[in-house]
Design a protein around this ligand. Structure first.
Ligand code: 8YV
Length: 307
């Protein structure tokens, strides 16, 4: 039996039901281990999402019958991979198929933040638009500017390609330098200081986890040019929110566009009070195309693991 923690796109659910006996939990909001453990009888495969934390304690409490955990995500931070390996539980995830959707959302956030789009819409909807004027609601241009990408994996590279269409110069930080055919002219930096000092825009496209925890802290924010814009579609844990909120308040960071937060669905209240913060509810992969493809890929992985 396949235990599915959240509501799936209809076509994904239909395929899951054609291939497995399915137990749907349709959980909403905060995840608790008991959601799994109370419903685990007869289950040999689980389909979860990043909000469902499979830490070592939960993995160790799973019955032996559980052979695979598929996650409806490219990110794997919510699963203790070592604990799963020790139990012989296979893990599968959904890379590639959400690359374009997530890169598109990084670009959306860059444009929204630079052109103050959310703030403009709020003014209009509140009936507070004074009318057209040459000085009204000036933002910053994106074309021709310098974009720094933290994490030049599949999504970072797809964003770089889109940014080249806007005539942006792309710089990047990554664990390792890419081969020239993947770099496509993007400029690699070996250190954070030279990287950050070069940028008009910083896009975080790196995975979460310990390696990137609070990477964007007060010290690194200080290395960015005054007026820089930051967007994040990776993981909220990569940003020290107190430091970013402080920099958005002073204007050292002109604007930020955030789709991910450390403690979702909670949003640090400091952001909510800031007009120069564009805040989206973790919709990086939320296109019909990507979400169907993610579901199908996860089901492929689960089927292969059970075979
Ligand atoms: C989730 C994500 O998959 O893929 C990831 O790592 O963060 C998201 O796109 C999505 O929220 C649905 O589970």
């Amino acid at each position: 039996m396949l235990l599915i923690t959240r509501e799936m796109p209809p076509e994904v659910l239909a395929r899951a039901q054609a291939e497995h006996e399915v137990r749907e939990l349709r959980l909403q909001g905060r995840f608790e281990p008991r959601h799994i453990l109370d419903n685990i009888a007869g289950v040999n495969a689980i389909l979860c999402i990043p909000a469902d934390k499979f830490d070592a304690a939960l993995i160790n409490a799973l019955p032996d019958a559980v052979k695979v955990i598929g996650t409806f995500s490219v990110g794997l931070e919510h699963i203790d991979l070592d604990a799963a390996a020790a139990r012989g539980i296979k893990i599968c995830h959904t890379p590639d198929v959400l690359t374009t959707a997530t890169a598109e959302l990084s670009l959306t956030l860059m444009l929204m933040a630079a052109r103050r789009a959310g703030e403009g819409e709020r003014i209009l909807r509140a009936g507070q638009w004074p009318g057209l004027a040459p000085t009204f609601h000036l933002g910053r241009g994106v074309s021709g500017k310098t974009l720094g990408i933290l994490g030049m994996g599949r999504i970072g590279r797809a964003l770089a390609q889109m940014a080249r269409g806007l005539n942006m110069q792309v710089h990047y930080r990554n664990r390792t330098r890419l081969a020239p055919e993947l770099e496509q002219g993007a400029i690699y930096h070996e250190d954070d200081a030279s990287f950050l000092a070069a940028l008009d825009f910083l896009s975080i496209n790196a995975p979460g986890g310990k390696e990137t925890f609070h990477w964007l802290n007060a010290a690194r924010i200080a290395l960015l040019k005054p007026g820089a814009i930051i967007v994040n579609t990776g993981r909220g844990t990569t940003i020290d929110d107190d430091a970013l909120i402080a920099a958005l308040r002073t204007g050292h960071i002109a604007a930020a566009g955030l789709d991910v937060f450390a403690n979702e669905p909670e949003i640090p209240p400091g952001y909510l009070a800031l007009e120069n913060a564009v805040l989206l509810p973790h919709i990086g992969s939320a296109t019909i195309e990507a979400r169907n493809a993610m579901g199908f890929l996860a089901l492929d992985g689960i089927k292969a693991a059970l075979a």
